[in-house]
Ligand binder design. Sequence first.
Ligand SMILES: Cc1cc2nc3c(=O)[nH]c(=O)nc-3n(C[C@H](O)[C@H](O)[C@H](O)COP(=O)(O)O)c2cc1C
Length: 411
Amino acid sequence: MDGLRWLTAGESHGTQLTAILDGCPAGLALSAADVDAQLARRQMGYGRGPRQSIERDRVGIVGGVRHGRTTGAPIALVIPNRDAANWGDVLAVEAAANAAPGDAAPSASGDAGGSAASGSDFGAGARPVTVPRPGHADLGGALLYEHEDMRDVIERASARETAARVACGAVARRLLAEVGCSVASHVVAIGDVESRVTVSPENVGRVDDDPVRCLDGGAATRMRAAIDAAAEAGDTLGGVVEAVAFGFPPGVGSYVQADRRLTARLAAAAMSVPAMKGVEIGLGFAGARLPGSQVHDPLAWDDARGYHRTSNRAGGVEGGMSTGEPIVLRAAMKPISTLRNPLRTVELGTHRATESRYERADVCAVPAAGIVLEAVVCLALADALLGRFGGATAADVVDAVAAFRARCARR
Ligand SMILES: Cc1cc2nc3c(=O)[nH]c(=O)nc-3n(C[C@H](O)[C@H](O)[C@H](O)COP(=O)(O)O)c2cc1C
């Protein structure tokens, strides 16, 4: 078996998001509730805009699953955009017949913009979007695809797409659970406020209880205050999220080819999330400032654990392969690009200097980005797992992992 493949389609305010996940083995228990639970987690978090309360995402599983089990066929997932009804003909598939400016009255928010029809550059009915927003894909997308109306860019570049990836990730998460692997995340920094608590199997269940998904109570309070202050000042905040995979088997990935290195696949997955500007595995950048004696993990063996490391500064990957220790990956998210205090910009075509228009948006999406990071890590790990232990059925994968673990214990 070749691993997992997935693609998503759909616009932020179109009728639905669509995802196809190909390569999932047959016989895996899967329900819409498994996916919906992850979609709900993506919508949480202190500092989110009003769209999250409009949406309440629910998946439709429209292929590849029958009677609660995957069939081995491609899994097709759809997530209706509940806000689409407010967008009238703005995203109509057929050519407009004399659509009048202001026909639609979009009401949503987020990085796809949207506001009342009265003169907004981002959501005004049939009126073209001609003012690119700094920090967004608007200008680059308009130049690349030669769009006159940047609505064509905004709708697809929006982080709304990450809902479809979270849905795919939920399926990957179900597969990983079969081999005893779970993936969690927590917020380690928002702005300059840092958490001092590390995540473990014992405390991981508490993360979602906190509105900023931070395990350090004092830091969480200061993070909320920082988000409030940024909102008050018309500004936005970024931060750092950490994903941890517990129970992932050793020996997945490889050193023999660049594109098979698990490190590279995880880093690519993390950097595929919108707004991510840096990634670290294990000690990451901090390790570069330390001598080797304080970086490399000593090896040991005992009856209970077999080969193991006495520390996990490598973050669960060495030589491009998983070590069997928890996989620890951090991603740095830039502050939300849509600011209430306008940024300087230039109108497309006229070159007129102007200011970006504000659309209601998240002030800080770092807590939600942790859920997206979990999803892409689940997909990358499940893909690599299937490449190593793949079979036609989930039972094949479980048996192959168990047999490999037993062989490792005898070495
Ligand atoms: C979960 C999540 C929610 C986001 N919400 C917003 C938002 O409400 N407003 C905004 O301007 N950007 C938001 N973003 C970030 C933009 O999608 C991103 O900054 C933009 O697409 C450009 O990012 P890039 O330079 O990495 O491509 C969000 C990102 C994520 C991961």
